[in-house]
Design a protein around this ligand. Structure first.
Ligand code: SF4
Ligand code: SF4
Ligand code: SF4
Length: 242
């Protein structure tokens, strides 16, 4: 189990996080910029794992931590020019997988409706690209905005939203189960035991850290037919351009 950070390490993590790009892209192998900052502060990570920060970022981290400047570790990727995600609305099948992947809630849309990226909020992290089953998201070069603090705030807001939603789900399930237990039709001891077991199971499931993968797999299976339609549509459009 990871040791909690000391007050000194937490203060150092604050200073480190303040100079990280806040792209929230996970290329450093940590779930977000804050987690990487804490890993550096605790000595678990090196200062050269953030491609969006580039060499300038490494120099800043070296300055803050007192460590020597080192080259970026190519295992984490190379720095790239900034680019924004753009969704081809004609091909989008509204599966919502990109929304689930976006670390800053920069994509709007609903199930079975086309999705759109809010350009002013996109960090260019590319995390929405891989989950899209119809490859309709591309990265378009853009001027990099100076809004790291805004990206950090949006990411934190999303994190808190996910925690709230998880708690609300657990609460709904608990209330539902309690209502069953209170129902005279379910008063028999064996039925009550079954409901209690189901309640415990569902609470254990809620405690799982990442149900996203399973949900994503299920959704991908459901939209297999839609993928074929989208590919055919794209092929038709490409041949029309020739
Ligand atoms: S910008 Fe990406 S690679 Fe850099 S610290 Fe943040 S999450 Fe890690
Ligand atoms: S829209 Fe895509 S590239 Fe932009 S922040 Fe969200 S996941 Fe990252
Ligand atoms: S993942 Fe792709 S197909 Fe699914 S909603 Fe997002 S853009 Fe549309």
């Amino acid at each position: 189990m990871t040791q909690p950070l000391t007050d000194l390490q937490l203060a150092l993590a604050e200073r480190i996080d303040a100079v990280l790009p806040q792209t929230q892209c996970r290329q450093c192998d940590y779930p977000d910029c804050r987690a990487y900052a804490e890993a550096i502060a605790s000595g678990a990570a090196r200062i050269n794992q953030c491609p969006p920060g580039g060499d300038v970022g490494v120099a800043r981290l070296a300055d803050i931590t007192g460590q020597p400047v080192v080259a970026l570790n190519p295992q984490h990727g190379a720095p790239k020019p900034f680019a924004l995600a753009v969704i081809d609305e004609a091909v989008c099948i509204g599966c919502t997988l990109c929304i689930q992947a976006c670390p800053v809630d920069a994509i709007i849309g609903a199930a079975k409706q086309m999705h759109v990226v809010i350009a002013s909020e996109c960090t260019g992290c590319e995390l929405c690209i891989a989950p899209c089953p119809v490859d309709c998201i591309s990265m378009q070069p853009a001027a990099k905005p100076d809004v790291a603090a805004q990206w950090r705030a949006r990411h934190e807001f999303r994190r808190l939203r996910l925690v709230r939603e998880k708690e609300a789900r657990s609460e709904r399930l608990a209330l539902k189960a309690q209502a069953k237990l209170d129902d005279p039709h379910f008063a028999a001891a064996d039925k009550q035991a079954k409901i209690r077991a189901a309640l415990e199971k569902s609470q254990a499931r809620q405690a799982q850290p990442a149900p996203l993968q399973d949900e994503a797999a299920l959704k991908r299976a459901k939209i297999a037919a839609a993928m074929e339609r989208a590919a055919a549509l794209r092929a038709g459009r490409d041949s029309g351009k020739e």
